[in-house]
Design a protein around this ligand. Structure first.
Ligand code: DGY
Length: 329
């Protein structure tokens, strides 16, 4: 049998080359590096046995119906899979895979630390200041920031990415580590002297709070008005996980009131919109003390090629009758 595989957007080529070599795969790629319009997606998935999806494409009952009853697998080109209706896929016996990879965890950990530095050292703000010709004289109090050295980092979610952040900050910057998770991480505790606490305690003690949890019903708005009030006035919040983990409007209010010092965000509640409601005057982009990146924490060539290979490996295992290595349970 030949499996028709539809790829919903151009991706880095290594996985594509692997799929092209497989004799039982008939590959079709949406041939643009832009989001496929929904109507075109519905048309193009028709007859597909396997969809290689991007996290911007909602893989719901409508798409599964559009593909047809022969649809057997959805291979996501992402670590997260909150774009896929897992329940619906299970009901239909469709195998779902994601693309977790060590390289990606390192990329996101690096980006998280970069956001911390950008905030603490006011990099974006001072760059704008310098370019605008405002630097007239050195001053002892000019654009004071804060150091990371010796401070406390609070990690919410101690998986690969959270642990990667901790190792960098503990080993490189002598930071104390507090963390919370659904279960303890003895290895992390042993290696970095990380202390396990409740979410409230982590929020209260940390100078930098970094989020590394998947988006689940239990983590939606994990950080809201109440949690933000628990943080130190001098603390920074970093989110490189998923936007809806933070109640974004509550965050804007908290930043405006000076309840926390700043935020570094790579993900947004109504992504790709940066502001869910343009009519309420609560727009992150109006604030000086935020640094915003467009969901690029894993955007390195190394990682995006690794994701391409992993998505292909999952598909190749499936078409060879094996259990794909990253099957979502
Ligand atoms: C993922 O893989 O889930 C990232 O958010 C995008 O690379």
């Amino acid at each position: 049998m030949k499996y028709k595989v539809f790829v919903t957007r151009e991706i880095p080529d290594e996985g594509i080359k692997m799929l092209k070599k497989a004799s039982n795969v008939k590959l079709e790629v949406y041939e643009h590096d832009k989001k496929i319009p929904r109507a075109e997606l519905k048309r193009r998935v028709k007859g597909a046995d396997i969809i290689l999806s991007i996290l911007t494409e909602k893989m719901d009952a409508e798409i599964m119906n559009a593909a047809g009853p022969q649809l057997k697998m959805i291979a996501n080109y992402a670590v997260g899979f909150n774009n896929i209706d897992i329940k619906e896929a299970k009901l239909r016996g469709i195998t779902v895979t994601n693309a977790p990879n060590e390289q990606g965890a390192e990329s996101v950990a690096e980006h998280t630390v970069a956001l911390m530095f950008a905030l603490a050292k006011r990099i974006v703000e001072t760059d704008k200041f310098t370019r605008a010709g405002k630097y007239k004289s050195w001053g002892p109090q000019l654009l004071l920031g804060t150091d990371l050295w010796g401070k406390t980092v609070g990690i919410i979610g101690s998986g690969q990415i959270g642990s990667g952040v901790v190792h960098r900050l503990h080993n490189g910057f002598n930071m104390k580590v507090v963390y919370t998770d659904i279960k303890r991480n003895p290895e992390l505790e042993k290696e970095t002297n990380a202390k396990y606490h409740s979410l409230a305690q982590v929020l209260k003690q940390s100078d930098f709070v970094s989020l590394h949890v998947p988006l689940l019903p239990s983590t939606r708005h994990l950080i809201g008005a109440k949690q933000l009030k628990m943080m130190k006035k001098t603390a920074f919040l970093i989110n490189t996980a998923r936007g809806p983990v933070v109640d974004e409007k509550a965050l804007v209010r908290s930043l405006m009131r000076g309840e926390i010092a700043g935020a570094g965000l790579d993900v947004y509640e109504c992504e790709p919109l940066i502001d869910c409601d343009p009519n309420d005057n609560l727009d992150l982009r109006t604030l000086q003390n935020v640094v915003l990146t467009p969901h690029t924490a894993s955007a390195t060539l190394e990682t995006r090629q690794a994701m391409s290979r992993i998505a292909a490996q999952n598909i190749l295992a499936f078409v060879r009758g094996k259990i794909p290595p990253n099957k979502v349970k």
